[in-house]
Design a binder for this molecule. Structure first.
Ligand SMILES: O=c1[nH]c(=O)c2nc[nH]c2[nH]1
Ligand SMILES: [Zn+2]
Length: 472
């Protein structure tokens, strides 16, 4: 898909989150996107194709010739523009294993399925095949930003960064750091080696002099890192001000292991909680993305809130490998910024939309378990988590996740299926599982999309104004 060098105008219905609980519906609207920056430069209400050409283009000082401005007008009542999804936690290297986890739980899942696959991606041709596919697949599901874990391999990690740049996906790329717990064939030899290999990846991305793809410091999770390594990575985070990502409190046996491996005498922390281990290493900063947080204690959640660290909620993974049900309403209530993660391949799906609907369902289990109606998340709320919330998690608030002047055009065009009078779908429109009859409100259409939508509904995807996916 080529980079669009033209200024662009999009006309139709735009839907995005203004608050956690509110979706804004902008109908008959035009959004103008600058070719040079990929940013939204105007949002014009009450605008159709004619007005766009005769009023908006001259107002912007644009030349109206077809070589300088491209206009996409879709005023169908079953199509709308939506911000691109932000996947705040996924393992690019584990993509071939999606759906393969049997009845395992975290620690045996890592040993049985995950470490062998990750290690095998030191074969660069295999890594290229896997990483090319995961980028293509996630883009096709509307993921415009992805916070990726690669593997411990430097060359393969750098390749993932290059491929994201080439395909135009906004990404955070992390080389996985682990100097213990893994099998002998898949470990950093020492904390020093882990640090220097991480720096190699950071430098490789920084030398590209761009900000679409950024490095992220990635201690796998506390049990896979010596405390010396965690501290070295904490120091690196302080020196470089880079984002950090890791896992926390996903599984009960993992938490016991952390208590065993990191007694307070070793860490100097005031207590033996999982969050305090990261805090003692200098990793619990406002740039930290903590995945899961299923079993966090009140003390830990308060500490995370105080440090302004972020949480990636991974409901598909938490259900698939039987980790538990994260209490998202409780985290949000503490003021913690939360986004959604597919966590492939603990999670079984590359789709943030799937994570969103699973977040709704898991929240109902939390509600049923605690007899607490307040725990239930709405369709509006999970869409916020998948867009604006995610932007906050990956440090891109105000840049992506919504439609506002000054924000970048990371967006998807969604098309639902329109059922004709005879019961057939409108010709040429593949709405997948989502049938719209024409009498639904927009709120109802969005609900139908969230509960039954998939990549068949993701017609086009843009990142920073560049068309990066088109469904044929
Ligand atoms: O869901 C997970 N996926 C992983 O790869 C992993 N490593 C540590 N903890 C983890 N959790
Ligand atoms: Zn993970």
């Amino acid at each position: 898909m080529s980079t669009s060098r033209k200024n662009q105008i999009f006309i139709g219905t735009f839907i995005h989150s203004t608050t956690l609980t509110t979706l804004e519906y902008l109908h008959n609207t035009a959004i103008a996107v600058s070719a040079s920056t990929g940013k939204i430069i105007a949002i014009e209400p009450e605008c159709d194709l004619h007005k766009a050409k005769t009023i908006l283009v001259p107002k912007l000082g644009w030349d109206s010739g077809p070589t300088s401005v491209e206009i996409l007008s879709t005023q169908k009542d079953y199509q709308f523009f939506f911000p691109g999804f932000i996947d705040t936690h996924l393992h690019a290297s584990q993509y071939p294993n999606v759906g393969i986890f049997g009845n395992s739980t975290l620690l045996d899942w890592l040993n049985t399925y995950t470490f062998p696959l990750e290690a095998s991606l030191s074969d660069i041709s295999k890594a290229k095949r896997v990483y090319s596919r995961v980028i293509k697949k996630t883009l096709s599901h509307g993921t415009t930003t992805a916070a990726y874990y690669a593997t411990i391999d430097v060359t393969a990690t750098n390749l993932l960064a290059e491929l994201c740049l080439e395909r135009g996906q906004r990404a955070l790329i992390g080389r996985v750091c682990m100097d213990q717990l893994g099998p002998e064939y898949y470990l950093d030899e020492s904390p020093e080696e882990s640090l220097s290999k991480t720096k190699e990846c950071v430098d490789f991305i920084r030398e590209k002099k761009q900000d679409l793809v950024r490095p992220v410091i990635t201690p796998r999770f506390a049990p896979a890192c010596s405390f010396d390594l965690l501290k070295k990575l904490g120091d690196l985070a302080k020196e470089t001000d880079l984002p950090i990502q890791t896992h926390i409190s996903e599984n009960k046996n993992e938490i016991l292991l952390v208590k065993e491996l990191f007694p307070m005498e070793k860490t100097g922390a005031k207590d033996d909680s999982y969050a305090s281990v990261y805090d003692a290493a200098g990793l619990l900063t406002e740039k930290m993305i903590l995945a899961h947080g299923v079993h966090l204690t009140e003390f830990e959640a308060d500490l995370i809130a105080e440090r302004k660290s972020k949480v990636s909620h991974c409901p598909c993974s938490n259900s698939a490998i039987t980790s538990g049900a994260a209490k998202v309403r409780w985290l949000l209530g503490k003021g913690i910024v939360v986004g959604l993660g597919t966590d492939m391949s603990g999670g079984y799906s590359p789709s943030v939309l799937e994570a969103a609907r699973h977040a709704v369902l898991v929240s109902r289990h939390v509600a049923m378990g605690g007899d607490d109606e307040v725990a239930k998340l709405s369709v509006e709320e999970v869409l916020y988590l998948g867009t604006k919330g995610g932007a906050g998690v990956v440090g891109l608030e105000g840049t992506v996740g919504g439609f506002e002047v000054g924000m970048e055009w990371d967006a998807q065009l969604i098309g639902l299926g329109r059922v004709e009078d005879g019961g057939e779908e409108e010709e040429g429109e593949d709405g997948g599982n989502v049938d719209v009859f024409g009498w639904e409100s927009w709120q109802e259409k969005i609900a139908k999309w969230v509960y039954n939508g998939d990549d068949r509904n993701t017609k086009k995807v843009w990142v920073r104004g560049r068309l990066v996916h088109e469904r044929k």
